[in-house]
Design a protein around this ligand. Structure first.
Ligand SMILES: Nc1ncnc2c1ncn2[C@@H]1O[C@H](COP(=O)(O)OP(=O)(O)O)[C@@H](O)[C@H]1O
Ligand SMILES: [Mg+2]
Length: 288
């Protein structure tokens, strides 16, 4: 499949902190999840894709445009929907007024069609009943949905979502997944998360990033498979394992070397992610 986003040797530092340390990625249509712990560089990467900030060096092409040029940034912004990690709202605006205001910034000049579109996106995220309420009176989950609503105005070709499911309850999560899934059929969705369930439920492809580097790129199944032969079920706690915890069944799930009574179990995405982060931590300790 042709890439909609191409990134090569992307670097960005903040003072002494290296946020992106040479990222190479090809992203295609569908949903790509950036999975990584806090401080991995996910937000910095998404903000660069959304033209909210620039890189120090390296190349990025977003839907054929170069965000380093002002024409490129304008072209990208016209094709983009963006939910920042901490969206700022004008608290006195109603949900309708806020989304309408963003729609004006998105150059939707005809009032009637714009208002129809604002109602469409608010209904899409299940907020039709509270459109006229001030944002300051909405719950955290509702505010996240207002943020999603403004991002899907005008059917963007690229949707960039920074931790979009944070603060949503299970039912809202499900609705969110449906909305994203429908958009991703014809468009590119890139989202950041530190929750492996999001990756399993929403993403066609997953990129594990940590310390500004890509550690893995592939499908969620391929990610889970990287932990094959490393996950066990055991009657007791294994002290020298990378990770071991007691599960609801009363048995222990052990990641690492096989315990003497260990039975191999099918690894999940979460197991693989823990293995990957564990190996990274060991490598860092070794280097220190
Ligand atoms: N504006 C900034 N000023 C200083 N440091 C920053 C800034 N933005 C990000 N960083 C640092 O860059 C690293 C990556 O941050 P970020 O991209 O927010 O990661 P993530 O979204 O994966 O948690 C962190 O160490 C963070 O503290
Ligand atoms: Mg972040």
């Amino acid at each position: 499949m042709t890439a909609t986003i191409e990134i090569s040797d992307l670097r960005r530092t903040f003072g002494a902190v290296t946020a992106l340390d040479g990222i190479d990625l090809r992203i295609t249509r569908g949903t790509t999840g950036l999975l990584g712990p806090n401080g991995a560089g996910k937000t910095t990467l998404l903000r660069i894709l959304a033209t909210a900030t620039g890189a120090d060096s390296g190349q990025v092409t977003v839907l054929g445009h170069d965000p380093r040029t002002s024409e490129g940034r304008l072209a990208i912004r016209r094709l983009l929907g963006f939910v920042p990690q901490e969206p700022g709202f004008h608290q006195r605006f109603s949900a309708f007024e806020f989304v309408d205001y963003i729609a004006i910034l998105k150059e939707m000049t005809d009032r009637r069609t714009r208002h129809d579109e604002v109602r469409r996106v608010l209904t899409e995220v299940g907020l039709e009943g509270v459109m006229k309420k001030r944002i300051r009176w909405l719950s955290g989950g509702m505010r996240r949905r207002v943020a999603l609503a403004q991002a899907i105005l005008g059917h963007p070709e690229l949707l960039v979502l920074d931790e979009p499911t944070a603060g949503l309850d299970p039912e809202q999560r499900l609705r969110f997944r449906e909305i994203i899934g429908a958009i991703a059929e014809d468009n590119t969705v890139v989202l950041a998360t530190h929750q492996t369930e999001d990756v399993a439920a929403i993403c066609d492809r997953v990129v594990v990033i940590d310390q500004g580097r890509v550690f893995f790129e592939g499908t969620p199944d391929e990610l889970a498979a990287t932990a094959t032969g490393m996950v066990w079920s055991s009657a007791s706690h294994a002290r020298d394992a990378t990770v071991s915890w007691r599960t609801a069944s009363g048995r222990y799930r052990v990641i690492g070397d096989r315990p003497s009574d260990g039975e191999a179990v099918e690894p999940t995405i979460e197991d693989a992610y823990l293995v990957m982060l564990g190996q990274r931590a060991l490598a860092t300790e070794g280097a220190a």
